[in-house]
Design a binder for this molecule. Sequence first.
Ligand code: TUI
Length: 310
Amino acid sequence: MKNINELLGTKYPVIQGGMANIATAELASAVSNAGGLGLIGSGGNDANWVRNEIRKCRELTKNPFGVNIMLMSPHAKDIAQVVIDEGISVVTTGAGSPAIYIPKWKEAGIIVIPVVPSVALGLRMERAGADAVVAEGTEAGGHIGELTTMAMIPQMADALTIPVIAAGGIADKRGVLAAFSLGAKGVQIGTVLLATKECPIHENYKKVVVEARDTGTVVTGRGTGAPVRVIKNKMAVEYLRLTELKMPLEELEKLTLGSLKKAVLDGDIDNGSFMAGQISGLIHDIKTVKQVLEDLFDEVNDYKNKLEVL
Ligand code: TUI
């Protein structure tokens, strides 16, 4: 089986998460320049926005980068075509099944890596022609499934023949080694990249991640079919209170409407939706993207050799 860095053409076996409204050309190029696979995250943006970001990213890096398509978006179908037209080499997907797009992407020579929250979905993606999967545990930020990284990765690795990339709860060498011990061939990181100099988000977003503790995130929208992990702030607590009161979904949506943008652009600490994973509590300072990747991988094998179980 090919190493993930050989498959992706990167120095390190790491993919950046497709963080909506955050994963722009600026972040993607920083990750690709530092030796990982940067991604432009489509989020809720339209096909023209994605095309523009792809072209900007090409100006900013000579290294490979990819596009993440958020499949709940009404623009997903158009973006699925843009990645072909623009000659993108790697596509990851989230929040749904990309099965209908896979034949066309494979015909165009694209490496397809769906993000999945369960073994059943991983198997479906393997049968549909995916080249690898990202198995994302419920520790992750944003839209999540039920299983933890710890429980899901070994089950996924046993069930699939294609490589498994672990996501959710990984922010240092220990996380990388744990993921590889469980059978992963690569990792995807998101939260740890929020706390970087290059990440194009409001300084307050970085601050809430750095200040969060282990119990500093909550999951909103469990009843809606789209659970989302966010930093526990006024907005999240109010959302959970209204859910308890069985507030109608439309009212809840009004409350969350635009709240991610309020976090990313305005740094609105009370009313923003600060998507971030449980590993936020491990993140204590702002680094460069290059420092983050070096801290994850440099001398990782020496670190492994120091492990003693018995
Ligand atoms: O997609 C993510 N994380 C995201 S997407 C996002 S934008 C958003 N905001 C609010 C509500 C919904 C979306 C923010 N964070 N991670 C990958 C991921 N994919 N997690 C879970 C899934 C998933 C869920 C169901 C993948 C496939 C799936 O399939 C259902 C089916 O069609 O069988």
